[in-house]
Design a protein around this ligand. Structure first.
Ligand SMILES: *Cc1c(COP(=O)(O)O)cnc(C)c1O
Length: 398
């Protein structure tokens, strides 16, 4: 007899990126030299002072359960950081530390959503947002953004997507995958709209330290108390400190929301790693020069990769303003046959690049937009040079 499995579980989409990454892995194992632009994490080591503190925590036996929502030292370090960088006044009771930024978003959605509540998400979106909303019992509602608007939604578009079921929007600035950044004026308008409509803003600020061309990161919660009450600030150690494997994310929000998130966390994962928490205190409070060094390196690569891509006929991209990704528009190639492969979708194009150019990229459909592929420039200048050359040869010489 067959077993009937969870409808909720079965409804979760497997990641579209899995197919490509499995293929890339298989090719690598066969000895094919693949250049990957598909990584979603910084390629730098975690700064040494942070690693040392992790080792110290283990030596000193700081290896037991901590309070579910995290150690007070780290909450205080987070409050100081939010005050200094973001002009946000929070008390440790407004903070919960979770197992990475993704887990923070998950707990936040679990804390606010009732069945069929709607959450507005801009397209192209970060891969996990729709499924996180689905798992929490909500319904993702999509707003298609335009490249000419820098892939950003505005209040008019939000207003069109709004229904009496709209509970929240997800704001991701700087954005993965587009690298766009909302300006202060744009954020003020969104804040005003959210307050007028009593809609929660989940503000994913994981990439706040990776911003270029003199742009500034502004936290939407910083404008006034009304929007602060409605904002759930999500941040974490993964991207700014190259700590993806340590699994530390955090949330700042009203005590009411933080308390529910803590109760959920207490029955699911308990506290995030004690060792990673102690190391994160040093990350936030210690010398920040390595953060800036990584940003400077990313900036060089960003300029280089943008130029190289725009030198390829039939591909185009805008210069991203933040994070370490670039969206490449390949719509001029749609319907064409290249090296025997017909390009109908972003998956076709990604497959072509993998098989014929030995370059791994993420198809835009993973972010809800089939006219693009996403390249990550969290890789060396040499790889960027060689990888983009391969893409150019593949498209132009066929
Ligand atoms: C990487 C990332 C996160 C969080 O990642 P964790 O590894 O879970 O800390 C959250 N949002 C976006 C947009 C990201 O790219």
């Amino acid at each position: 007899m067959s077993i009937i499995l969870s409808k909720k579980g079965l409804a979760i989409e497997p990641s579209v990126t899995l197919e490509i990454s499995a293929k890339a892995k298989a090719l690598k194992q066969q000895g094919v030299d693949i250049i990957s632009f598909s990584v979603g994490e910084p390629d730098f080591n975690t700064p040494e002072n942070i690693r040392d503190e992790g080792i110290r925590a283990i030596r000193d036996g700081l290896t037991k359960y901590t309070p579910t929502s995290g150690i007070l030292e780290l909450k205080e370090a987070i409050c100081n950081k939010l005050k200094k960088d973001n002009y946000l006044d929070y008390h440790p009771n407004n903070i919960i530390i979770s197992n990475g930024g993704k887990h923070s978003i998950y707990n936040a959605l679990m804390a606010i959503l009732n069945p069929d509540d709607e959450v507005i998400i801009g397209v192209p979106y970060w891969v996990s947002y729709p499924d996180l909303v689905n798992i929490a019992g909500g319904i993702p509602v999509y707003v298609q953004t335009k490249e000419e608007n820098d892939f950003k939604f505005n209040v008019n578009e939000l207003e069109k997507a709004k229904t009496n079921k709209t509970k929240a929007i997800i704001l991701n600035s700087p954005s993965n995958p587009t690298g766009s950044i909302y300006t202060e004026d744009e954020l003020r308008e969104i804040a005003k709209w959210a307050v007028e409509n009593n809609i929660i803003v989940i503000s994913d600020e994981l990439y706040e330290k990776l911003i270029y061309d003199g742009y500034k990161h502004i936290s939407i919660a910083s404008f006034n108390d009304e929007i602060k009450r409605l904002t759930i600030v999500i941040n974490g150690m993964s991207k700014a400190y190259s700590m993806t494997g340590w699994r530390i994310g955090y949330t700042a929000a009203s005590e009411e929301i933080i308390k529910i998130m803590g109760n959920i966390q207490s029955h699911t994962t308990s506290n995030p790693s004690s060792i990673a928490q102690y190391a994160s205190v040093v990350g936030l409070e210690g010398d920040q020069t390595s953060v800036e060094e990584m940003r400077i390196e990313f900036n060089k690569r960003r300029i280089y990769i943008t130029e190289l891509i725009n030198s390829i006929k039939k591909l185009s991209c805008k210069t991203p303003k933040g994070a370490f990704y670039i969206m490449v528009n390949f719509s001029d190639l749609k319907g064409k046959v290249i090296h025997g492969i017909e390009i109908k979708t972003s998956l076709d194009f990604a497959n072509l690049l993998l098989e014929k150019a030995n370059v791994a990229v993420v198809p835009g459909i993973a972010f809800g937009d089939d006219n693009y592929i996403r390249l990550s420039y969290a890789t060396s200048m040499e790889n960027i040079k060689e990888g983009i050359k391969r893409i150019k040869d593949c498209i132009e010489n066929n």
